[in-house]
Design a protein. Structure first.
Length: 61
C-alpha cells in the first residue's frame, strides 16, 4: 500500500515536472544551462588543444 503511494506520487511529480518544462521556455533554459555550459567548455578545450589554435566557430556563416 505504501509502495503504491510512493509510485503514484513519483508519477505525479514526473508529470508535473514535464508539464512545467514544456510550458515554460525560461525554466527549460535554466534546466539545460549546465549542459550548454559543458558543451561550450568542451568546444573551447578542443579548440585550444589543436596545433593551429582556436578556429572560427563553424556555426557562423
Amino acid at each position: 500500500m505504501i509502495s503504491d503511494l510512493i509510485v503514484w506520487a513519483s508519477v505525479g511529480f514526473a508529470v508535473a515536472f514535464v508539464a512545467a518544462w514544456a510550458a515554460s521556455p525560461a525554466l527549460r533554459a535554466r534546466i539545460e544551462r549546465p549542459k550548454h555550459h559543458f558543451l561550450e567548455s568542451a568546444r573551447q578545450y578542443d579548440a585550444a588543444a589543436r596545433p593551429g589554435g582556436p578556429s572560427p566557430d563553424p556555426r557562423t556563416p
